[in-house]
Design a protein around this ligand. Structure first.
Ligand code: GDP
Length: 180
């Protein structure tokens, strides 16, 4: 019997510089955390093949696209958004200015991906760096942002500890797969 092609699921991570996007992908794909900051130029992606939830023999090829180095230029080309199936908008819970720009990132996603039918790409809001003290944004504020901007859900992660990273991707996949 021919092997089925793995279904490709392109997932975009967007948000301000230094909020932890590259680290999140590293943690999920390679299960490691590097305590340094490297600003790469251009966009890049990493893949991880996982079993399709609820199946023993069909696989999903998750492609994580990072906007490394372009965080200050949110006018990413439409090509970058092409074929996106799911998205994470990330901010740093200790840096309120990164939270304020969440709205702009979500709008940019919607503008570049909205179909004629008005359907939007499923998107999760992620508050990262939960391990640090001095959280500068309240849960109520995140709740409100989540509702106002049409996110599917919000989660709080610490990429450093690895907490809620797997769960965030599982949740996003659930929404993405039930959408198609
Ligand atoms: P990006 O610019 O959004 O891709 O951010 P990076 O992934 O390069 O991370 C920027 C910095 O934040 C690096 O020094 C990371 O080690 C650090 N960082 C990322 N996630 C966390 C986290 O959950 N907790 C802490 N304490 N530091 C983190």
């Amino acid at each position: 019997m021919d092997k089925l092609e793995d279904e490709v699921v392109k997932i975009l991570l967007i948000g301000d510089a230094t909020v932890g996007k590259t680290s999140f992908i590293d943690r999920y794909v390679k299960n490691e955390f590097r305590n340094r900051y490297k600003c790469t130029i251009g966009c890049d992606f990493m893949s991880k093949t996982v079993l399709r939830p609820g199946s023993w023999r069909s696989y999903l090829k998750l492609q994580f696209w990072d906007i490394a180095g372009q965080d200050r230029f949110p006018l990413l080309t439409r090509a970058y958004y092409r074929f996106v199936r799911g998205c994470i908008v990330m901010f740093d819970i200790t840096k309120p200015e990164t939270f304020k720009r969440v709205k702009m990132w979500k709008k940019s996603l919607d503008m570049n991906t909205e179909k004629d039918s008005g359907t939007r790409v499923p998107c999760i809001l992620v508050a990262n760096k939960a391990d640090l003290p001095d959280h500068a944004v309240t849960y109520a504020e995140v709740d409100r942002m989540c509702q106002e901007c049409g996110f599917s859900e919000w989660t709080m992660t610490s990429v450093k500890d690895g907490s809620m990273v797997e769960e965030t991707i599982s949740y996003l996949l659930d929404v993405v797969l039930h959408r198609s």
